[in-house]
Write a protein that binds this ligand. Sequence first.
Ligand SMILES: [Zn+2]
Length: 143
Amino acid sequence: MAKNELDTRFTEFGTVSFAAVTRVNDFIGHLENGKLMGTRCVKCGKTFFPPRAQCCECLSAEIEWFEVAGEGKLVGYSTLQYAPTGFTEEVPYTIALVDYGDYKVFGRIDASVPEADLAVGMTLKAAVSRTSNGRLTYVFKRA
Ligand SMILES: [Zn+2]
């Protein structure tokens, strides 16, 4: 990409993009390579998901990427029957919070996992996926 070209990779993320340009645009490049990534503060070690470009603990801007890999534990979930603008054609779908130990990841449960199979504490893994309109996203699947 040319140096003064606008980096709008976030327009490719999720069903509806609310921000086209962010300081963590590499998030999309990592998704394109099949990796879900968060950021870690090099100075104090605090981890962030969604990724942050600056640490909210020590204010350092020295940030490195890490992969959301392995298994997390399901903390909670909710199946939506009504959805905000842009998502109305996708209901019902299930959103969840998954605990990876040092950080938690919020996202959607893959359609391959019926709500009846979900239980708080079960292990799940994140996977890069595509929305129904072909855009990049990630989902949780059975570990
Ligand atoms: Zn820090």
